[in-house]
Design a protein. Structure first.
Length: 325
């Protein structure tokens, strides 16, 4: 949207705009630090309208569907919500989350939000001063943790077969945050970049040396630190800032490298002639069964999509009728 409608500019006033998301059909979501403004253009069933949602809330959640997502803001006056197409949901979530963090004082007015990551029930926000972590079904609520770079004692990254752990040591304890390997390179680059810039260093080795110099408590550390060790991160998905969202759940504490497909039979003398009297499925029967299952699965998925499409059409019509569209 090249130019905001007069209705929106009047509501926004002199406030800084965090983000503007074109929802399509002339509709838009405009986010400022104080509120989210949802603009609906004039349509067949309704006049032009604007709804504003205050960011001073206790909980921010998103119900994601196949074609649309519902943003829920729960505050003192109760819960308010609005719906956006799923194709633009990430942009809306990123902007609204930053607005909520600023309105609630978690992020200062002059603090920069460098990157936001949303992995199923894990939300990570990287700013130029702190790493914020929230775990739960909501994108954000008051049950969050903040790791300030000025209090940092160490930073490390432990790679596993499925996930990479971001290890943050502060206040005498270590906190491990698991992120999917698919996005670990991006997470590592953004976290390191922010922490390194804050402490005026360019590597993990340099960071540890700086933290050693600034610490009153002497602790033994490994001296063989490779000054270029931070260059080993996978940066295939790295980019400047932005929002990363993935449907991913953290694995168990120990990565399973697996017994799937391993023959557990003990070695030794075996009867090389199998018992022909035992019934067994032929390859033809197995393939036919697999084909039938696949065909049934495709049919069920197709019918499900039709039902969801019909339900969404009905919900959209009802919603527009309720609002006079």
């Amino acid at each position: 949207m090249d130019e905001l409608p007069a209705l929106v500019t009047e509501a926004v006033g002199d406030a800084a705009v965090i983000g503007t998301v074109d929802v399509g059909g002339g509709d838009a979501v405009v986010v400022t630090p104080e509120a989210t403004h949802v603009y609906r253009s004039e349509g067949l069933l309704s006049d032009e309208s604007l709804d504003s949602y205050d960011h001073d809330v206790e909980r921010f959640a998103v119900d994601a569907g196949r074609r649309k997502s519902t943003v829920r803001l729960d505050g003192i006056d109760g819960e308010r919500s609005f719906t956006v197409p799923g194709s633009v949901a990430d942009g809306v979530i990123e902007a609204v989350l930053e607005g909520v963090l600023r309105a609630t004082g978690v992020v200062a007015a002059d603090e920069t939000v460098d990157a936001t990551f949303r992995f199923s029930e894990l939300t990570l926000v990287v700013t130029d001063r702190q790493l914020l972590k929230h775990v739960g079904s909501a994108v954000w609520d008051e049950e969050f943790e903040a790791f300030h770079y000025e209090d940092l004692a160490d930073l490390d990254f432990e790679e596993g077969s499925v996930a990479t752990q971001v290890v943050v040591e502060a206040d005498g304890r270590k906190q491990r945050v698991k992120v999917p390997n698919e996005h670990a390179g991006r997470v590592r680059e953004d976290v390191q970049s922010a922490v390194f810039e804050f402490h005026g260093v360019s590597s993990l080795g340099g960071l540890r040396a700086a933290l050693e110099d600034g610490s009153d408590d002497e602790t033994d550390r490994d001296e063989g630190t490779d000054p270029n060790e931070d260059e080993g991160a996978d940066d295939s998905d790295a980019s400047e800032g932005g929002f990363v969202s993935a449907d991913w759940s953290p694995p168990a504490d120990q990565d399973v490298t697996g017994s799937r497909g391993i023959d557990t039979a003990e070695s030794g003398d075996e009867d090389e002639s199998p018992d022909d009297t035992q019934p067994k499925a032929t390859e033809v029967d197995t393939e036919e069964l697999a084909d039938e299952v696949e065909a049934l699965r495709e049919t069920v998925e197709y019918q499900t999509e039709l039902l969801e499409s019909q339900q969404e059409t009905i919900e959209q019509l009802v919603d527009e009728l309720r609002r006079g569209r």
